[in-house]
Design a protein around this ligand. Structure first.
Ligand SMILES: Nc1nc2c(ncn2[C@@H]2O[C@H](COP(=O)(O)OP(=O)(O)O)[C@@H](O)[C@H]2O)c(=O)[nH]1
Ligand SMILES: [Mg+2]
Length: 496
């Protein structure tokens, strides 16, 4: 979907008008910040329970081992990784101030020195990274949610779904939610993030990740296949459908290792691949064997411990088999194969189509949410006008109507019975390209596209005009008609 023309500009005007209404109050600065944020990269939070693999996946997405992956002080804090000219760390304090921080980076991850400060005094850390990957996306690592009662969990929850009088702004525009197994706590957390009033997550800005997917098959080579089957089941789970738009299986550890693979590691894996089959099989039978067994394979216990920590048993087996089959004759090729098979490339594709392509829309949405929250909190004279203008912007932006409708379909607020799946697809739930929305393959001809568009128009016009259609269905059908008309115009521009 192309960027909604003028939406960002309209929202910006609205925030400027808001800053005037609230001039001289502390809220003025808040609105100016919200306005500045429209020019900044989309903020994507990585959330999920403790040890779900959040920091590992973040590193894989970054292509660099930056986020600490062991439980420690830093992992209790929310940490932003954003684009910068050089590596730099800043501590953002709960009292609103900030301070430059020293950091160390000896063996991979960044260790920010908190100095004398306690975790309670710190709101979050910001790490600047000179990485092209962060130019359009700021990634936010969050502490895990162990249970809903611990203080770290509370911090994460309040980050994902800020509430109460001290609400500043919604920190993230979108969220990647990692789940290992569908757990009640996961659903509770997603629901908190999803709260309507907070203008936060909807199925439109949350993607589910079935994480540590390699572990699902006990390290077997078909682990990712099992993971895909489970992810497909999760995608159909009604509780998840109303919370996130899709679920993608990813083996973050394998993806991280692929992104940072070095020659020495490649040679070690090649030595394993070249060993006689009996030796190889005996050694890779289990993680424990791999670490501790006596073996003739030319790998020291230190080599083996290193490989296990970096690749996991699945990653080791997969690498050895790729090298043996000739699919990975070099470190670079092995890295590419592992990245592909880890599910990371598919996740990147989903991120691109669901978040990056909708970045302006998601940011506009965050800004409108911030404005509404503020007006509710401080309803001064002139604020009604702001709300009315915000509603006008909302009503005028078809993309926002599409987004709201997708949300309503997923949450069961609108029932299109047999047409629901096609409606979701047309709204760009899985794929925002014209072909994707029409459910056509890449080989579809212009004629196929034209026919599909006319059929779509006809179908939704009939539902809109059917005397027995309830009002919500009529409204939904009108949105879908407009969507189809937009696609017709898009297709015409392309072929014309
Ligand atoms: N086998 C396997 N282990 C993983 C994967 N992702 C993370 N881990 C391991 O799980 C532990 C927790 O990972 P971490 O990224 O720190 O989880 P976080 O608490 O959610 O940030 C670490 O020991 C990781 O090496 C994965 O995809 N596969
Ligand atoms: Mg972590």
């Amino acid at each position: 979907m192309s960027a909604p023309t003028g939406l960002l500009a309209q929202v910006r005007d609205l925030l400027v008008a808001g800053a005037e209404v609230y001039a001289g109050t502390p809220f003025e600065a808040r609105l100016r910040r919200a306005s500045d944020r429209l020019d900044e990269p989309l903020r994507v939070a990585v959330a999920g329970k403790l040890k779900a693999g959040k920091s590992t996946l973040l590193n894989a997405l970054l292509g660099e081992e930056l986020a600490p992956t062991n439980a420690g002080e830093a992992t209790r804090l929310v940490t932003w990784y954003r684009h910068g000219q050089t590596y730099r760390a800043t501590i953002r304090l709960t009292d609103g101030g900030h301070a430059a921080a020293d950091f160390r980076r000896d063996a991979g991850p960044i260790e920010v020195d908190l100095g004398e400060r306690t975790v309670e005094e710190i709101d979050h850390l910001v790490v600047d990274v000179p990485s092209a990957r962060l130019e359009t996306l700021t990634l936010i690592d969050t502490p895990g949610i162990a249970s809903l009662s611990t203080s770290t969990s509370t911090r994460t929850l309040s980050f994902l779904a800020p509430s109460g009088d001290d609400e500043d702004e919604t920190p993230a525009d979108a969220v990647l939610y990692l789940l290992r197994h569908l757990h009640e706590a996961d659903v509770a957390v997603l629901e908190a993030f999803h709260d309507e009033d907070l203008a936060q997550a909807t199925p439109v800005n949350a993607i589910g990740v079935l994480s540590r997917a390699d572990e699902l098959g006990a390290g077997r080579l078909d682990a990712m296949q099992s993971a895909r089957t489970i992810a497909a089941r999760y995608r159909r789970d009604p509780r998840l459908r109303r919370l996130c738009q899709t679920v993608v299986p990813v083996a973050g550890l394998v993806a991280e290792a692929a992104a940072t693979l070095n020659e020495e590691e490649y040679r070690a894996l090649a030595r394993l691949a070249e060993a006689p089959r009996a030796e190889r099989d005996a050694l890779t039978l289990s993680a424990d064997r791999f670490a501790n067994a006596e073996t003739a394979v030319a790998l020291t216990p230190i080599d083996r411990a290193h490989l296990l920590a970096r690749f996991g048993l699945f990653g080791i087996r997969l690498s050895a088999s790729l090298v043996r089959l000739g699919a990975a004759p070099s470190a670079g090729r092995l890295a590419a194969e592992l990245s592909q098979r880890s599910g990371l490339e598919e996740l990147r594709r989903v991120l691109q189509s669901q978040f990056s392509a909708r970045a302006e829309l998601l940011k506009a949405r965050s800004a409108l949410g911030a404005l509404n929250a503020l007006v509710r909190q401080a309803p001064v004279a002139g604020a009604e006008r702001l709300v009315a203008s915000a509603e006008q912007v909302h009503a005028g932006a078809h993309v926002l109507a599409e987004m709201r409708m997708l949300h309503q379909l997923r949450s069961g607020a609108i029932d299109l019975d047999g047409d629901a799946a096609d409606a979701e697809r047309l709204l760009g739930a899985d794929d925002t390209s014209v072909l994707g929305r029409l459910g056509l393959g890449a080989d579809a001809s212009e004629e196929d596209v034209r026919e599909a568009l006319l059929a779509s128009l006809d179908r939704w016009q009939r539902r809109a005009e059917h005397p027995l259609s309830p009002q919500p269905v009529v409204d939904a059908a009108r949105v879908l008609i407009r969507t189809t008309e937009g696609l017709i115009a898009e297709a015409r521009t392309r072929s014309g």
